[in-house]
Design a protein around this ligand. Structure first.
Ligand code: IFM
Length: 734
């Protein structure tokens, strides 16, 4: 597949202070172990510099438990004739930052004019994709007249945290071989993050660097002075490693010998090869629409960068590795929006994501128990061990500054169905049933038990209801019979029944264990009954399905009318007194999400009517919304209407500027669910590829500006080249 690599560059020309925050997300680098925000090397915590670590959390006082940020090992602020070369202090004459997302390398070039002398700083950096503890950087500085260049490069340990500071003490070490190291300990003295870096400078003078420890500024720096002539360059190469108390592999040995220009070049070549291989499996070629091609592949770049390939049981937080927003927690975003990309391009990662849920079953059992239920109620915001990090007060009222009681943790019971749905997709797409004996069977049984516990039967009546829940639309709390929740619960019962029928395929010893643990026969009866009698809201005369009981009785006003009622732009729309709560205006796709999952059960007329009804009433206040509308629009045979929603989803991070606040809580960062949703739009929507009766089927719906789609997928272990043109899709094993 030929790729137009020019289209795979994200460029920022000229320095604009107001873009610092967004660029941190747009130029993000990552390797699943760490995410390095796309900030400049002279930036500090005010510019939201962060090296965000996966799967290691800490809590300070009463504030939210959040993932740790490591000390910034990419800091540098050189000086020329005693003037700092920093965009924060001098407006650069020329400035560009380029992310080559085909190669996964971030480049920067700035020219500063210091007393009439043009001084140029060029750098490039990339995280190691094989040894995920490492990151590599090269920096070259020159000037068009002679002058004194001072190098200051090292570790900045004044760390940006939302709810920190997390490190209560630091241990520093200065090697005699060009390395420095700093180990930050949290209040639990056994927990630490260790950052070590080695740096070599290369210049005609070949002068060794000294080390400066500036305790006040919290900088541990390599330092050197070079009197350079016009055109002469001073370069430095560095490698840094991050290692934490959570790691079980060996810590990389970093010393002056770990880095040299030759080693750097070797690593860079290996890095480019790594990415070329990834793209070979996953790039999406969109003929006729370069902007769409760029946006969707950029989204995939992000997903590749945050995939936990270094573990066999780990998931992806809702804001990826772009920072501490949403507490670094894992939401339903993973199974419902992100998973499909990995299922079809790198099933091993999909397995790792699913395994995380299997391994956190204990947390889900405990959570259900704490509410008086049997079974598995997964964490709405899952951290280590399945601990639910979701607070009872998720939003701060902008007027009173008081925390507002929200019920996301207690009432978004649909979370457990997402886990079962993820597992079901894993089985259907990979054909790999090995997880069944590795805890998947128990996971599905426990989720089904949980939903059977939620069923309520009226004395007069023979159907079951699920009451007092929050559906995907979080603006309407504590409703009864949410269509999405009930239909997904039914799916859990049917999946549990399907797996019970597969019990014989599990090897004997495990099967024995399972039979001892569960009364499978009794469960089968319960699930059959539940699945038959669970009330699923149906389309009324108008063809529209009520999102929940009483939804149509709410005030029917437009999204703009509701927005017009806001007294403060940051005001929260939901909760008890939110402007949307008593209206039909919803935050994000809810009925529409459900219909896009179960489209085959409804007529085209019903799909169309619901799409039209809910589209007008949706704020799209969540980045999870647009892709579901795009999917349903395709299923309604309206691909041209699907297209803008797809572009919204695919562009969430390339454009930036999304919603940054929920009440007074900062929610900025990158949007993996939106990125994954964009992939789903291409795969399931435009190419129309889905699994039916164990086989791949395709029913393409290309919007008018897309001439042709081309990409590779893996289905049941076989790789296919998919080509879609007009109404035709072709799969060729490749
Ligand atoms: O999971 C979502 C939720 O549906 C809407 N609020 C943000 C969460 C994290 O993306």
């Amino acid at each position: 597949m030929d790729i137009n690599k020019e289209n795979w560059l994200i460029k920022e020309e000229g320095f604009d202070k107001s873009r610092i925050e967004d660029n941190g997300n747009r130029f993000l680098l990552g390797n699943g172990y760490m995410g390095i925000r796309g900030t400049l090397s002279e930036y500090g915590k005010e510019q939201l510099v962060a090296v965000n670590l996966a799967g290691i959390y800490d809590k300070v006082g009463d504030s939210w438990r959040e993932p740790l940020n490591a000390p910034n090992f990419l800091y540098s602020k050189p000086e020329f004739n005693n003037t700092e070369l920093s965009v924060l202090s001098i407006n650069p004459k020329d400035h560009k930052v380029i992310l080559d997302f085909y190669e996964g390398i971030l480049y920067r070039e700035s020219v500063f004019c210091v007393d009439g002398v043009n001084v140029r700083v060029r750098s490039e950096r990339f995280p190691d994709m094989d040894n995920v503890h490492l990151i590599w950087e090269k920096c070259v500085i020159d000037a068009d007249s002679a002058g004194r260049l001072t190098l200051n490069a090292g570790i900045d340990y004044d760390i940006w945290d939302i709810n920190g500071p997390h490190f209560v003490r630091f241990e520093k070490e200065i090697g005699h071989d060009g390395s420095v190291s700093i180990k930050g300990f949290t209040q639990k003295d056994t927990e630490f993050v260790h950052v070590k870096e080695a740096l070599v400078s290369v210049s005609l003078l070949n002068r060794p660097l000294a080390v400066k420890d500036d305790e006040k500024e919290k900088l541990l720096l390599h330092h050197g002075i070079f009197d350079i002539k016009a055109g002469e360059t001073v370069s430095f190469y560095r490698v840094a490693s991050v290692y934490t108390s959570k790691d079980t592999d060996a810590e990389p040995a970093i010393s002056g010998e770990a880095i040299s220009p030759e080693i750097y070049m070797e690593k860079k070549e290996a890095h480019k090869k790594w990415w070329a291989l990834k793209w070979d499996n996953s790039a999406v070629k969109i003929e006729g629409d370069e902007e769409a091609e760029r946006a969707v592949n950029y989204s995939l770049y992000h997903l590749h960068s945050i995939a936990p390939r270094h573990r066999d049981s780990m998931s992806i937080p809702a804001r990826g590795l772009s920072g501490q927003t949403y507490k670094g927690a894992v939401f339903w975003d993973t199974e419902m929006f992100i998973l499909d990309f990995f299922l079809y391009t790198e099933p091993r990662v999909a397995r790792t994501l699913i395994k995380y849920r299997i391994d956190t079953l204990k947390g889900a059992l405990d959570k259900a128990k704490s509410y008086g239920y049997k079974g598995a109620f997964y964490a709405w915001e899952s951290q280590e061990g399945g601990f639910d990090a979701c607070s009872d007060y998720n939003v701060t009222d902008v007027f009173t500054k008081r925390p507002m009681r929200t019920f996301f943790k207690d009432k978004q019971v649909h979370i457990s169905s997402a886990i079962v749905f993820g597992l079901k997709k894993y089985f259907d797409v990979t054909g790999d049933m090995s997880l069944l004996s590795e805890g998947a069977f128990e996971t599905v049984m426990e989720c089904a038990i949980f939903y059977s516990e939620l069923l309520v039967k009226k004395v007069y009546g023979d159907c079951y209801e699920i009451r007092d829940v929050i559906g995907p639309d979080e603006y309407h709390e504590r409703v009864n019979n949410n269509f999405y929740t009930n239909r997904m619960a039914k799916m859990v019962f049917t999946e549990a029944l399907r797996l019970i029928d597969k019990l014989d395929t599990i090897e004997d010893a495990r099967k024995e264990e399972i039979i001892k643990k569960y009364n499978v026969k009794a469960l089968k009866e319960i699930f059959e009954d539940a699945s038959r009698k669970l009330y699923i809201p149906a389309p009324g005369e108008s063809g529209v399905i009520p999102q929940f009981d009483g939804y149509f009785d709410l005030e029917d006003v437009s999204v703009d009318t509701v927005r017009g009622r806001l007294l403060d732009p940051k005001e929260y729309w939901g909760g008890a007194y939110g402007v949307a709560s008593h209206t039909q205006v919803i935050k994000q796709a809810d009925v529409v999400t459900c219909l896009s999952l179960f489209k085959d059960e409804y007529s085209s007329e019903v799909l169309n009517k619901n799409y039209d009804y809910y589209e007008k009433r949706t704020e799209h206040g969540s980045s999870l919304s647009a892709c579901m509308y795009s999917l349903l629009a395709c299923y309604c045979d309206r691909p041209d209407e699907a297209y803008p929603f797809f572009m919204k989803s695919a562009s969430a991070d390339i454009k930036g500027g999304g919603k940054q606040w929920a009440g007074l809580v900062y929610i900025g960062g990158s949007h993996p669910a939106s990125e994954g949703g964009a992939y789903m739009n291409v795969l399931h929507g435009f190419a129309g590829i889905n699994v039916k009766d164990g086989k791949l089927v395709a029913s393409p719906k290309l919007p008018k500006n897309i001439k042709k789609l081309e990409f590779r997928i893996i289905f049941k272990g076989i790789r296919y080249l998919v080509t879609v043109e007009k109404e035709k899709a072709e799969f060729k094993p490749c």
